[in-house]
Ligand binder design. Structure first.
Ligand code: FAD
Length: 354
């Protein structure tokens, strides 16, 4: 009998889990609440520009990541090594003395990571499908009312029960996974501890503000990062350093505001926020022209990056029953490659168990 796996979320972790089954006959289905794939590694298009407004790039963290990127093909691949400099609370900029690392994205944006990985699998992806509940069932007909049975169903917002699955992988950020666990019908002694460890993971909030200029910003760095966490700006980068993202002679800055600032101004209207942010950018970069942009955009990331991980021994207690977790929060660091490899490893564990 063909084994079935249901994955909630098509971010790096969910797609990584699906990728682990690429050479098997396991039937994999992914459910993603948004229209696009790749989650917080997100790309938007506007006015001939493309910009990665969540994760900025995938870094050449280790050999397996570099090999994987190469495997995904070099058409449209953007590998760049422009430097990241630092600044402190007072806005003093310091040239980095570290060797610049290679950073990857694609001309079509960082979402290509998920698109290309998925293209190498037979996984079915249901987009715009939010899973609201997970439940045990027998798999004979429909979800059993008493949640008995030894297979899983994923119940979507429209009430449809997808399944049955032999294993499910939950990959939303921990607070959203915790919400799913609250709605889980599963007679297991492990459920209370799982709810507790997942629910305890806290995230930093980031508001990304994009500022476009009809001229090129003339600085020697790709990005500036605040190292003491005390400045209102956490990160500022030039999207034009990525081939194919910004037309020649223009500049598009991605400004990620620090968590303390982002929480306070999360719901402020874009118009006033962009002006305030542009003023701070002009001062930090030391270029008055930057106070005036010609268009702006933004994205709030309530759960941008986890502050800590979750106890893995407890997280794995559901695995005998086919309940798995993956994502950046499992390891406790918000990095695309870590989420991706965590997903791959979970997929490999499920494969081994089948
Ligand atoms: C502003 C910002 C900047 C960053 N910069 C970098 C960087 O430069 N480099 C780097 O390596 N990392 C960076 N990160 C972190 C990186 O983006 C994340 O660590 C990584 O993308 C997490 O992947 P994931 O698969 O664990 O989660 P996600 O990408 O969050 O994927 C989870 C998916 O689940 C979906 N989902 C949630 N709930 C449901 C549901 N109920 N039903 C169906 N689908 C659901 C979501 O829509 C999402 O697509 C940044 C993040 C942010 C926000």
């Amino acid at each position: 009998m063909t084994r079935t796996v249901g994955i909630v979320g098509a971010g790096a972790a969910g797609v990584g889990a699906a990728y682990a089954f690429r050479d098997s006959d396991v039937d994999v289905t992914i459910f993603e609440k948004s229209r696009g794939v790749c989650g917080r590694a997100a790309t938007r298009r506007r006015n001939d520009c493309r910009y990665d407004h969540g994760a900025n790039y995938l870094k050449d963290a280790d050999e397996r990541t570099v090999e994987l990127v190469e495997e995904l093909g070099d058409d449209g691949l953007v590998a760049f090594d422009d430097p990241v400099w630092t600044f402190d609370a007072g806005g003093e900029v310091t040239e980095s003395d570290r060797d610049p690392e290679t950073k990857y994205t694609w001309e079509d944006g960082i979402t290509q990571l998920a698109e290309r990985l998925l293209a190498r699998t037979d996984a079915t992806v249901h987009r715009e499908t939010r899973i609201e509940r997970i439940q045990r069932g027998s798999g004979r007909e429909h979800v059993d009312e008493d949640a008995s049975g030894d297979r899983w169903y994923l119940v979507a917002a429209d009430g449809e029960a997808h399944g049955p699955f032999d294993a499910v992988v939950l990959t939303p950020p921990a607070p959203q996974t915790a919400a799913l666990l609250t709605e889980t019908k599963w007679h297991s002694e492990h459920l209370p501890a799982l709810r507790e460890v997942v629910g305890a993971v806290r995230y930093r909030t980031v508001r990304s503000v994009m500022l476009h200029y009809p001229f090129e910003v003339d600085v020697p760095y790709y990005a500036l990062v605040n190292t003491d966490g005390e400045h209102d700006i956490g990160w500022l980068s030039r999207e034009e350093c990525k081939r194919g993202h910004v037309p020649a002679g223009e500049s598009l800055l991605v400004v990620q505001m620090a968590p303390h600032w982002s929480e306070e101004h999360y719901d402020d209207p874009l118009e006033e926020t962009a002006e305030t942010v542009a003023g701070k950018v002009a001062e930090l970069v030391g270029d008055d022209r930057l106070a005036e942009f010609d268009w702006s955009d933004d994205q709030g990331w309530r759960y941008a990056q986890p502050n800590s991980g979750a106890n893995e021994e407890i997280l794995r207690r559901g695995e005998d029953d086919g309940l798995f977790f993956a994502g950046d929060w499992v390891g406790g660091e918000g990095r695309v490659h870590l989420a991706l490899w965590n997903g791959v490893e979970v997929g490999e564990r499920i494969s081994a168990a089948f």
